[in-house]
Design a protein around this ligand. Sequence first.
Ligand code: PMP
Length: 367
Amino acid sequence: MERTMMLRNALRPLARGYATSVTGFGREVEGFVGAVGNTPLIRLNKLSEETGCNILAKAEFMSPGGSIKDRAALYLVKDAEEKGLIRPGGTVVEGTAGNTGIGLAHVCRSKGYKCVIYMPDTQSQEKIDLLRMLGADVRPVPAVAFDNPQNYNHQAARYAKSLDNAVWTNQFDNTANRGAHILTTGPEIWEQTNGGQLDAFICATGTGGTLAGVTRYLTEKSNGRVEAWLADPPGSVLYRLIEHGKAEREGTGSITEGIGQGRVTSNLAPDLSLLTGALHIPDSESIKMVYRLLDEEGLYVGASSALNVVAAAELAKKKGKGKTIVTVLCDGAYRYQARLFSRVWLESKGLVNAIPERLQKQYIVLP
Ligand code: PMP
């Protein structure tokens, strides 16, 4: 015992700045679903120094399914259970090409449900393979517009209806998605900033669940003191809607995945009016930040996370020194590495030169 104490004392200098408190992590959690959420809030040191602000980012890539969408997946399934829409052994059906499907596949395995995923047949083989490895029944269907009845979302809805004991989770318009962030992400940010010591929250939207839920919680809890902002990629209509009152696209497609919207979803609608403003972030800025985060912070995150960080730094500059700005790191770069770190791909998008030469040399390792 004595020797352990001595050893701990000797090691103490090493522990400075690290989360070493065992109680800080709480006790054991129950299964996969118990491990969702409670992610660290990481201070981005270089950007904080550069802006004279505190730039903080929720590490959602550390969630057990690897993304922010684990939270939505869990609460969409919980909602179906609570409403009696699904019973043990039932089937969860969703139309998704990305992280929600992965989150749902994990949650379904851990709860014993079947999982059926409809997706456009333009999606990468890696995504299809991953979902299949997670036990999902993946159904690639022709990529057609939303107003076509053969669109993957409508097919998912119809298939769920045709089965007994099955639910279409409908992530875009089922507000249990937003609810997940009112119940978990928002309160975590509040607590992790020492009882709401933050000035603004900013992030991009896909379904809008994250932005809407966190905005609602922080706005109400702070009586409107904490601002909330949208960060929007090229091709989305929300930037112009918020800044100019018209839902029109700003720019064309984007290299970011999982974000950008052509409409106001039911998840975003109730909280749209609470937003202070929106920032449009071009892909050249987002890709540069993917590389900067790797080089400066050792963080390996996807393009939507990088876009969020660019926006947080911009907002910090807008607000002035001494502010605390919070955003989210939605997922890791693993799912996109064949593109984000490939010279050929970056060239095809005209983005190589957006990356400083030193970083190109060091990190573009794929042909
Ligand atoms: N980033 C990534 C990588 C995503 O997959 C998503 C979800 N589509 C988001 C951000 C946006 O999250 P939300 O759906 O809550 O708006």
